[in-house]
Design a protein around this ligand. Structure first.
Ligand SMILES: C[S@@+](CC[C@H](N)C(=O)[O-])C[C@H]1O[C@@H](n2cnc3c(N)ncnc32)[C@H](O)[C@@H]1O
Ligand SMILES: [Zn+2]
Length: 437
């Protein structure tokens, strides 16, 4: 138990998710109530969970708040009361700190996730402490949904407890949704050794291939799975990554695509992505994810807990991790994708194929990662058929990687990918292909 709580407080993001799910089953929470006797958390467990919520730099504030909320939920239904009053006693003693934490959350990088979790916990305490509503109003706005939901629970708690419980369940669902997937389990199932494609063992100090024994590290709390012997310069170090999305990307897309999108390239890109990325279930790879705005769009279409985002640049990945905290973030190469064969329902490669050293090899690698029938959606640029190519070749660091459409068709055919759509708009290329079943 202590070990699992420690796992929640420190260590890489994927392992923390594993610890969170370990605790859910330990306490038999969230749909697991029926399995065996209930484990009753003790005084020190509750203190640690509250510390986890209150600590401003705590890596697991959302997880700790959700666990406390669920413990209170469980006691509601079982009417046991012992844990319930224990948590209430501790929470009352630390109420000022809890309320301050609502203010702090508004500025956090994972603000919406932590805020939902905190509201779920507050939803269980507001009947004892009606002043929570005022704090939520000042932290999140008097007209905010947060303040309304808490006021509703407070007002309905006695006369209409059913309705209050329903509002709490809404808050709980919102808080739980980004945490619902066990990322450790998903990582074990989908990530693989870039050399031999076999499974990886995720330890707190290192990651090791179960088959060839190759050892890998964690970088910024994410798996660092580069292929052995592949040398590639990182073209997006910190100073470039910092201005990439605001300054570099829009101009690059416009110029490289030769005014693609009639003034609104982003809208055209997004329309294509949302029209084509239709995957009801399974994991989606975002290859060359960059700083994460487009990963967030992929996540908005399929759910962040179904996204594995891979890039070569650590500085880009740090931004992506902040923007899409629910996704699995991995440093790796498109030339030897650290993903298990056939494990992806879809792959997205957005504005990135042209940046890879060998785009043909990357297409073959994507096809290997896709399950039969899996979808590959991408956005890149062709080499302009006219004199404009002169400029295209001078503005990109990798001029030779602008797409030749015939070669692209051949790469897909060789990799077992059937092209379903190939849209050329000025010099932008949008494509959708499917791995043969
Ligand atoms: C132009 S950015 C696109 C980022 C993002 N998909 C977007 O649409 O804004 C290209 C990305 O490809 C990454 N990249 C370049 N070579 C790579 C490789 N061999 N493997 C994985 N990523 C690579 C770069 O680090 C960079 O983040
Ligand atoms: Zn291996």
């Amino acid at each position: 138990m202590t070990a699992t709580l420690e796992g929640l407080e420190s260590g890489p993001h994927i392992l923390r998710s594993g610890a969170f799910h370990g605790l859910l089953s330990h306490f038999r929470l969230a749909g697991l109530e029926g399995q065996g006797p209930a484990v009753v958390p003790g005084d020190s467990d509750i203190t640690r969970l509250l510390d986890g919520v209150i600590s401003p730099q705590g890596p697991a504030r959302a997880e700790c708040a959700v666990l406390l909320g669920l413990l209170l939920d469980r006691e509601d239904s079982e009417r046991v009361g012992a844990v319930d009053s224990l948590i209430r006693r501790h929470a009352a003693a630390r109420l000022p700190e809890l309320l301050e934490c609502a203010e702090a959350v508004s500025d956090a990088s994972d603000a919406s996730q932590t805020r939902s979790a905190l509201l779920f916990l507050f939803g269980h305490l507001v009947q004892d402490h009606p002043e929570i509503v005022d704090s939520a109003s000042s932290a999140f706005g008097a007209e905010s949904g947060a303040a309304h939901a808490l006021a509703r629970i407070r007002d309905d708690a006695v006369e209409r407890p059913q309705r209050a419980a329903q509002v709490r369940a809404y808050l709980g669902a919102e808080a739980f949704s980004p945490l619902a997937a066990d990322r450790l389990e998903l990582a074990r199932r989908t990530l693989a050794c870039p050399g031999c494609h076999d499974a990886l063992d995720f330890g707190p100090e290192e990651i090791r291939c179960v088959s060839c024994g190759e050892a890998f590290s964690w970088v910024d709390g994410h798996p660092n799975l580069p292929p052995r012997g592949v040398e590639q310069r990182d073209e997006f170090p910190e100073d470039v990554a910092e201005v990439y999305e605001t300054a570099l990307r829009p101009r690059f897309v416009k110029v490289m695509g030769r005014a693609f999108g009639a003034g609104d390239a982003e809208e055209s890109e997004l329309r294509y992505l949302s029209d084509r990325l239709r995957v009801g279930e399974g994991t989606v790879l975002d290859l060359g994810c960059g700083a994460g705005t487009w990963t967030a769009r992929v996540a908005a279409l399929v759910g962040s807990d179904r996204v594995v985002a891979i890039d070569w640049s650590a500085a880009m990945l740090r931004r992506c991790a902040r923007r899409v905290p629910g996704a699995i973030i991995v440093r790796g190469s498109a030339q030897a994708i650290p993903v298990a064969t056939g494990s992806m329902a879809a792959a997205v490669c957005w504005d990135a194929l042209q940046a890879f050293p060998q785009p043909g090899g990357a297409v073959a690698e994507v096809a290997r990662c896709l399950a039969p029938g899996g979808l590959f959606v991408g956005f890149t640029f062709r080499s302009s058929p006219g004199p404009y190519a002169y400029f295209q070749e001078r503005i990109t660091a990798n001029p030779r990687h602008l797409l030749d459409l015939d070669r692209f068709r051949a790469w897909c055919a060789d990799a077992g990918l059937d092209i379903e759509d190939l849209t050329v708009a000025n010099d932008a290329v949008l494509f959708s292909a499917r791995r043969s079943a």
